[in-house]
Every structure is written in structure tokens, then in C-alpha cells.
Design a protein around this ligand. Structure first.
Ligand code: ADP
Length: 445
């Protein structure tokens, strides 16, 4: 059968077609990242306060108790397993919860606790005695809105009086409906329809407005203008909260347009490093020997969880089929899966139902897989000119922070060219890549 034959070694031509089909959007990346994430990304950096309202006190808290939350919300937070605020939360929460309300622009990398922070602020702002929308959260896509809604539902578990509604495609309301839920989470287009066109709710009564994933929002065609139009309709006293994982000038210009007199805080991205990673290479004669090497080390790599990176989709599929036929339980993530399928693959992987995930560069950039202990480069990452792609290498196997994230990387080398690339990588990062005999996988430390 077709799947049993070896794929051609990647040549330039094949690479090009591969790239275009494997490209996924920033919104999709962010989503995959959320699905894959098990917990907080710890940070060694400290929060910088870029600007603050001189009339309001800026302080930070070390405990959730210090925030004077409703007891039901506090209970929800603890049940989610949160013991103490994350770094960004320590500084953001007092401002987000302050009275009178204050505007905020906050930036920190994905996984540092932004969503949890603004969801807590959103829920705290609800007055359940008023049966209409008071809190509005804009997300760039359907799926990201659903993720936020799920966090809100968990956090509000002990606040049954707080009602939430999604304003997303597929949700339809009869003409003349008046929305009674307190919290609305949706995409800009649907929110515009529901407020401006159909008047399902009075946007002037919104007291807290969250713009999530602002960087992705402006990367999405038309969303920026819609956000600005929605913003213009809001009451001047509405609290504006603006969150982004990046902080380039375009995002900031957008932010300053929407959020006046904001306290601006930022937590710089943690650098990735190879510090705690033990790197190996395995010499193989051809792709079949690479497969053999994977089989030999399978027992060792599945002690924890492993990701195997292939340069092309074709190789990834071939490897996945072959391993499956040999009775190994593997998952495959490729760019042409539907969003739902990608989520379900990653959900299963995160839960440990599959110990090995085979993928292409879909996952290489922008996605952190901190819980993965072993990364196998079935193919070494190369750029369009077939030169060593250091950045991708670092992102595949590097780890951030110093929080005990040790790991192992195994590079399969099958030609003088790939050996050369391996040596280039070694030289570039100034860290030894040790020889590993795949017949003796126990040598892996
Ligand atoms: P971001 O929005 O910056 O990507 P999230 O709010 O989604 O970050 O948080 C990332 C992960 O960390 C989630 O799994 C979330 O449940 C968890 N988390 C958030 N805040 C805390 C906290 N204070 N303590 C423990 N885990 C937390």
C-alpha cells in the first residue's frame, strides 16, 4: 500500500507546496496553545508598569483573599486549583477590580494568566439584580470565545445567579428579544449585529468591556474596525480592559485608541533556552533506519510524553501509519485537520491518552509544549534554502524559565547533509549534541 512506501526526501519543490498548506493563522495557533496548556507559564521576569493613573493607587497582591472577592468567586478559583495569583495577576487584579473602575492595557505571553484575570474581573462586575448584559468580552474567533466562556463557567461555578451568553455564529434570537444574561462573550461581527442592528441589548449599559487577544484581533480582517465601532457605542464610564500577548506598535496604537487613561502593564516574554536539555543525535542510513531508531527508543520516549517533528506532512503521515500498524499508539497533528479535530487531538494528548504526537511545523512555532519530556526531530528543521533553521530548532526543543523543565532531544541524522546541519546547530548554540546508539536506548539520561 501507498502508506508503506518511503516518502521522497524533502526537496525544495516539495517544501514549498508543503509550506502553503501547513500555514495556520495566529488565531488557530493561540487556540491550539490554549488547548494544550496544562498550567501556568512561570516567569522569572518582573512586571513592568509602563504608565499608570497617578490618581489611583497601584499595588499588587500575593493572595486571592487580599482582593476582597465575593466568597463564591474565591471558592470557584480555588476549585480550579489556583492557589495564588500569577505574576501578571498580582499586578493586574487590584487595578481590574478597583473602585472606581480603572482602564487597563496588559501584555504578557500566552499562558501567564491573562484570561483568568479578566474573567475574574468580568464576573466581579456583574450585578445579578439587573437582568441585562453588563459585561462584554470580544474574542477574535468562535473557538477562542468558547475557550473564554469555559473558563468563566468554571470560575462562576458557585455563582449560579450569574448568567452568560455567547454571541457567536449559530446563535439566533427572535426579533424583539431582550437579552437577560449578564455576561456576553462573542466575536465583533455578532456583537455589532446584536447591539446595533437588532438591539437585543443596550450597549450603553455595558459597564465592563474586555478586548481579548488584541494582537490576533487586529490580524483578523475587518475585526479592528468592528471593535472600534463597538467601542464608540460604549458609555464613556465603561471600564476598558485590553489584553494582548504581543506588544508591537500596531497593537499599542489600537490599544491607546480604545483605552483611555489606562494603566499599562507588561510582563516580558521569557527567553527559550537549551540549558536543561540533553541533546543527542542518532546516525541512520536512510528513512527506514530512522523508523527503526524510533522503534528502538519507543520504550524510553514513552516514559513521559514525546513529540516527533517531521519536515513534511507526507513524512508525518507515513510515520504515523507505520507506527500505528506496528501497534503503537500515536496521534498526528497536521495543518489540514479541521479546527475541531485539532482540538480533540490535542485534548487527548494533553490528557496523556496518547504518549506520542507526530507533527510538522504546525506546532513548531508559537506553541509551547512544556509537559513534553522528549522531542524527536525525525528531520532536522531547515529553512527554505535548506539551511539549519536555528529558531525553529530552539522553539521545538527549548524550554522557558528555570522551573525544572529538563528534557531530552533526539535528532535523527540520515545523510552527510543532515549531519552537517546537526553540527551547525551544535556550533550555533554552543551546546554539545551527543552521539546516541539507538540499539542502546538506555544510554539516554
Ligand atoms: P493566558 O490568558 O495568558 O494565556 P490563562 O489565563 O489561560 O493564560 O492561564 C494559563 C493556564 O494557567 C490555564 O491553564 C489556567 O487555568 C492556569 N492558571 C491561570 N491562573 C492561574 C493561577 N493563579 N494559578 C494556577 N493556575 C493558573
Amino acid at each position: 500500500p501507498e502508506t508503506q512506501s518511503s516518502p521522497k526526501a524533502a526537496d525544495g519543490q516539495e517544501e514549498k507546496t508543503e509550506k502553503s498548506t501547513e500555514e495556520i493563522s495566529a488565531a488557530e495557533k493561540s487556540l491550539l496553545q490554549k488547548v494544550l496548556r496544562k498550567g501556568l507559564v512561570e516567569s522569572t521576569k518582573s512586571v513592568e508598569v509602563q504608565r499608570r493613573d497617578p490618581n489611583s493607587p497601584l499595588y499588587s497582591v500575593k493572595t486571592f483573599e487580599a482582593l476582597n472577592l465575593k466568597p463564591e468567586l474565591l471558592k470557584g478559583i480555588y476549585q480550579m486549583g489556583f492557589n495564588a495569583p500569577s505574576k501578571i495577576q498580582e499586578t493586574a487584579l487590584p487595578t481590574l477590580l478597583a473602585n472606581p473602575p480603572q482602564n487597563m492595557i496588559a501584555q504578557s505571553q500566552s499562558g501567564t494568566g491573562k484570561t483568568a484575570a479578566f474573567v475574574l474581573a468580568m464576573l466581579s462586575r456583574v450585578d445579578t439584580s439587573k437582568p441585562y448584559p453588563q459585561v462584554l468580552c470580544l474574542s477574535p474567533t468562535y473557538e477562542l470565545a468558547v475557550q473564554t466562556g469555559e473558563v468563566a463557567a468554571k470560575m462562576a461555578k458557585f455563582c449560579p445567579d450569574i448568567k452568560m451568553k455567547f454571541a457567536l455564529k449559530g446563535e439566533t434570537l427572535a426579533r424583539g428579544t431582550r437579552i437577560e444574561e449578564h455576561v456576553l462573550i462573542g466575536t465583533p461581527g455578532k456583537i455589532m449585529d446584536w447591539s446595533i442592528k437588532f438591539k437585543f441589548f443596550d450597549i450603553k449599559k455595558i459597564t465592563a468591556f474586555v478586548l481579548d487577544e488584541a494582537d490576533i484581533m487586529i490580524a483578523t480582517q475587518g475585526h479592528q474596525d468592528q471593535c472600534i465601532r463597538i467601542h464608540k457605542m460604549l458609555s464613556p464610564s465603561c471600564q476598558m480592559m485590553f489584553f494582548s500577548a504581543t506588544y508591537d506598535t500596531e497593537v499599542m496604537e489600537f490599544a491607546e485608541l480604545i483605552v483611555k487613561n489606562a494603566t499599562i502593564i507588561r510582563l516580558q516574554k521569557e527567553e527559550e533556552s537549551l540549558e536543561n536539555i540533553k541533546q543527542y543525535y542518532v546516525k541512520c542510513g536512510n528513512i527506514e533506519e530512522k523508523y527503526q531508531a524510533i522503534t528502538n527508543i519507543y520504550g524510553v520516549i514513552t516514559i513521559g510524553q514525546a513529540i516527533i517533528f517531521c519536515q513534511t506532512k507526507k513524512t508525518a503521515c507515513w510515520l504515523s501509519d507505520k507506527m500505528t500498524q506496528d501497534g503503537h499508539s500515536v496521534a498526528i497533528l497536521s495543518g489540514d485537520l479541521t479546527v475541531e479535530d485539532r482540538i480533540s487531538v490535542l485534548d487527548r494528548f494533553r490528557e496523556g491518552l496518547e504518549k506520542v504526537l507526530i507533527t510538522t511545523n504546525v506546532l513548531a512555532r508559537g506553541i509551547d509544549v512544556e509537559q513534553v519530556t522528549i522531542v524527536v526531530n525525525f528531520d532536522l528543521p531547515v529553512d527554505q534554502n535548506q539551511q539549519a533553521d536555528y529558531e525553529t530548532y530552539l522553539h521545538r526543543i527549548g524550554r522557558t524559565g528555570r522551573f525544572g523543565n529538563s528534557g531530552v532531544a533526539i535528532n535523527l541524522v540520515d545523510s552527510t547533509r543532515s549531519m552537517q546541519i546537526c553540527q551547525d546547530i551544535e556550533r550555533h548554540f554552543k551546546r554539545t549534541i551527543y552521539h546516541l546508539d539507538a540499539e542502546d536506548p538506555d544510554a539516554i539520561e
